[in-house]
Design a protein around this ligand. Structure first.
Ligand code: NAD
Length: 437
């Protein structure tokens, strides 16, 4: 028998919209609810307000459209469903702790709207203890405690591969203290072929943070090794390949470069450190993951500065998003690089497939920043180019031609996407970290 459930996903960002679309594709009746009316209007019209490959197609799929609606009427959306997913943002505060104001606001709306039994599922990444807090908070506000159960069901999708990851999860973690609610959420996902981890709230929350911290650690680790490769003449790409062939280690997340960014790793590592500080656990590895990452833009820029003549420079930035296949610029290392270069540049040109104007950058009114649309416009008379995001389109640049219109044919490859020998043959002064002799 097919189980069809009524689900509301609160928060229609990268995670919420993907969750809503995939659950609708599995046949459930889904409402995506968001306070941002402009976003809701677009989603209702089948327009994805951000870049996520394949998700726009799902929104416009005839079958999915029949079972997926979007609304800004949160109360009605809560009342219409039996399962409520919370997928709102949990950004970092100044002090590194997670800001739970959006989650609290959703909790208040649920408490004010609840009309029947609901399973309330936290999909947002929340600090250890938050689901217990949420349950207690709702118990204070909702006098009939049989009206809800709280489940922790953290999300592990990768932006750029969100649809695939949601349809093919490595594991589904379901944390809670109600067997009934855990069973309901298992049934919701029953068509997905996945391993389950059934646990308590705190375990589920820590699985999420530990996973992100471990992936961030792999990146910082290989970035530290790249600095050793740089000084010793070893080739970091071959080192990473050789290390990654060990089945105990694996090849993923061993790509050295200008560092990790995005809306998850930086904030989640920070939040985990804050939690550890709060409970009196001394963290060493976690803090070093962060400090290695923060240093990477400078490590690369020092190398560039040594090859350039006197400032002010014109620099071309290839890619501003934190990784390819997404328009997400949150905590992008490319942004850190531009911010560091601005005081010593006369112009910074940016080329990114997801950016059409300065208004889509963090520098909407800075006259030094120029968003470009073509390779030529980006590179003409530039003092150097910096590859910051490994967009596929940049691998196709004809550097043989490009070097003719660059002031200095200098390329700093912040993601190791080019072959140093091919670049040399093209007449490019190729700079990277730890690419061997
Ligand atoms: P996002 O910023 O893209 O989307 C959050 C959405 O929530 C926004 O559309 C916002 O308008 C909406 N919102 C805020 N307050 C609301 C309210 N009171 N009622 C209804 N809607 C409200 O965020 P995201 O990237 O989708 O991340 C959501 C959560 O998932 C975060 O906790 C994040 O850490 C976690 N996560 C994200 C990813 C990722 O790759 N983006 C992966 C795994 C986990």
């Amino acid at each position: 028998m097919k189980w069809i459930m009524k689900v509301t996903v609160i928060g229609s960002g990268y995670v919420g919209t993907t969750t809503a679309a995939v659950l609708a594709a599995l046949g459930h009746h889904v409402i995506g609810a968001d306070v941002d009316s402009a976003k809701v209007k677009k989603l209702s019209a089948g327009i994805l307000p951000f870049v996520e490959p394949g998700l726009d197609k799902m929104l416009n799929d005839k079958n999915i459209r029949g079972t997926l609606k979007f609304t800004d009427q949160i109360k009605e959306a809560i009342q219409a469903s039996d399962i409520l997913f919370i997928a709102v943002g949990t950004p970092s505060r100044e002090d590194g702790t997670a800001d739970l104001k959006y989650l609290r606001s959703v909790a208040d709306t649920i408490a004010a709207s609840i009309n029947d039994y609901k399973v309330i599922v936290t999909k947002s990444t929340v600090p250890i203890g938050t689901n217990r807090w949420l349950s207690d908070y709702l118990r204070k506000k909702i006098s009939d405690h049989t009206l809800f159960d709280v489940i922790s069901n953290p999300e592990f999708l990768r932006e750029g591969h969100a649809v695939y990851d949601t349809l093919n999860p490595d594991r589904i973690v379901i944390g809670g203290n109600s067997q009934n609610a855990i069973t309901i959420i298992k049934k919701l996902y029953r068509q997905l072929n996945s391993k389950y981890v059934l646990c308590d709230w705190e375990t589920a929350e820590l699985i999420k943070y530990a996973s992100n911290a471990y992936l961030a650690a792999k990146i910082s680790f290989i970035n530290e090794i790249a600095q050793i490769a740089e000084k010793t003449g070893a080739d970091i790409l071959q080192v990473a390949y050789g290390v990654g062939l060990d089945s105990r280690i694996g090849p993923e997340f061993l790509k050295s470069g200008i560092g990790y960014g995005g809306s998850c790793f930086p904030k989640d590592v920070k939040a985990l450190i804050s939690t550890a500080d709060l409970i009196g656990v001394k963290t060493h590895i976690l803090k070093e993951i962060e400090s290695v990452n923060e240093a990477m833009p400078d490590v690369y820029l020092e190398k560039l500065a040594a090859s350039l003549k006197k400032e002010p420079w014109t620099i071309s930035i290839l890619g501003l998003t934190f990784k390819p296949e997404t328009d997400d610029q949150r905590e992008s290392p490319a942004i850190k690089i531009v911010n560091k270069l601005l005081p010593v540049c006369k112009e910074i040109r940016i080329l990114d497939p997801t950016i059409q104007s300065n208004l889509q950058t963090p520098w909407p009114h800075d006259s030094k920043v120029k968003v470009c649309q073509t390779i030529k416009e980006t590179l003409v008379r530039t003092d150097a180019a910096i590859l910051c995001t490994a967009w596929d389109t940049f691998t196709g640049i004809d550097w043989n031609k490009a070097k003719d219109f660059m002031e200095n044919p200098i390329l700093l490859d912040g993601r190791n996407i080019y072959d140093p020998n091919i670049m040399k043959a093209a007449g490019i002064t190729y700079l990277a970290l730890g690419r061997g002799n």
